[in-house]
Design a protein around this ligand. Sequence first.
Ligand SMILES: Nc1ncnc2c1ncn2[C@@H]1O[C@H](COP(=O)(O)OP(=O)(O)OP(=O)(O)O)[C@@H](O)[C@H]1O
Length: 619
Amino acid sequence: MQSRVTTPRTLLAARRQAFGPGMAEPPPPILRSWERCAALGLDFGQRPRVEPLGSAEMRAAFDRSEALRQTCRPEIEALHAEAQATGSLVILTDADGLILDTLGSDAFAGRAAQVALRPGVPWSESLTGTNAIGTALVERRPAEVRGAEHYFEPHRILSCAAMPILGADGTVLGVLDLTGPAAIHQGHALGLVGLAVAAIEHRLLDTVPTGCEVLRLHRDAGLLGTPREGVLVFEGRRLVGANRHGLALLGLSWGDLGTEQAGGHGGDTAPGPLSLRDATGAPLYGRLQGVPARRRSTVETARQNPAALIPEGPILDPATEKLLARAVRLIDAGIPVVVEGETGTGKEVFARAAHAACARAQKPFVAVNCAALPETLIEAELFGYEPGAFTGAARHGAKGLLRQAEGGLLFLDEIGDMPLSLQSRLLRALQEREVLPVGGTRPIPVDFALICATHRDLSRMVEEGAFRADLFYRIAPYRVRLAPLRERPDRLALVRGLWARSDGPARGVSLSPDCEAALAEAEWPGNLRQLAACLKALAALAEAGEVLGPADLPEGVACRPAPAPVPRREEAGRLDVLAQDAMRAALAAHGGNVSRAARSLGISRSTLYRRCLTERAGV
Ligand SMILES: Nc1ncnc2c1ncn2[C@@H]1O[C@H](COP(=O)(O)OP(=O)(O)OP(=O)(O)O)[C@@H](O)[C@H]1O
């Protein structure tokens, strides 16, 4: 083939001739791509020679990519609305750029098909020239290719934004792309695709191989648990998986996978538990998840291990034990239970304990987080769907979570977040004890016990019309309230109990009594989850045999001022001893942070140093 391209300059000149001299010089990634295409001898004036796959090959490619398609479905559905509004298409390809699915504007799909932008056609750079999908694959990074930046002339009608989807080991699994007409400026396309890919990659790290631990990190504690958190997977001390945010936060690259990293997070920054710092030295918040990592955001079936969250069983005070025993009797009698409490108070742990103790213990425990399912998908996820019920549906249909819980216990977490439109369907399913899959005509009988959980005040929601009264009365004949940590009188016992379950004791690491007290007194807005995660991290980051004191506690743990210790009898009344005790207590309560302790006492840092720290150092 005679190439009409020798260098990117030739192509730019040709494009300027066609589109006017005002055409700006393309950004470096496009020039690099043009260079590669030219080196391959592709002729930019011709139609690219791409052959769509035959139906058997296509079926095989679909089967190979079924897991990827399922994983990406929620984000593709969510982008679908955007694609329709902007007259564009959401495109998923496999790791070779073969288009698997397109979803979006029918009108644009027709135009796109004229340039072979449709399922079954490979859009790799070597075949199809510069284009966002192929170029993102070659560069392993997000790519945007607009209009005349495409290598082949016919593609100039397109404006594309694409990002590779990376697995936990850094391998490319596929590409997500948003493509629209070049004439319409798709300003947010790459941003939207980036958010969707971050969510997909984050979800891929929900399921962690047995024997691994997961460290979740962010500079902002409030963003832990979101797709923007950094995730690092360790097998012992070896880093075996990550997402891009996790690597970026610690200044690592995919090449660091397989190397030992523990103790090296953030380089050799200040030692001490949770003194995690990012590559720039900024402090990081983190939480360490045990083995296997828990899948919080969507659905979890714990058929083999009903007590998966707490392998040793939950720590329950006598009052909660009684509540649990009552809940089990109700469940065995076919009566639903609602568990209320702030985040992290152990609602799911309670539900799992109830399942483990009830007559259905050998049958599935299916947990559904109603708040984490996109509204567009929740109906199909819960009730299942028939084959071909909607665009993007799995070929064989889906059973739905209600039916997956058959014989066992369905745990509907964050039931207060269930859209009103679905509440009536759920009520019907509970009353009739049968479900009608989306697109189906024949109801299917179901049998499961039900526990719902919420951090909201359901009765107030009913008064305000935000929750259906009839569903409320159906699901909440018995309500259990789990107290937040700050209200629990057994905080110290909880600290000890949770510490005993960490790796600390096995490695000879212990907590000093002051440290235990500071932990019990600290504020834990994330309740037991936050306390348990903090203890695990303390244990993981301490040296073997270390005794941890209040100064080893993370800065992020905001402490309530600990009550000043009662002065010894012979010293009572001596004002300076009382003052020193108060200073020590404040220091302990603020994890050794002098500025904060001084501020809480209303004295200067220098006074605190002089009166307390110099004495501590033996000066
Ligand atoms: N009784 C308990 N014993 C030991 N650990 C507990 C207990 N309750 C909670 N935890 C710890 O707290 C974590 C969070 O518990 P759980 O997921 O049940 O909270 P939740 O109230 O359902 O939270 P959310 O409202 O955010 O879903 C558990 O993974 C466990 O580490």
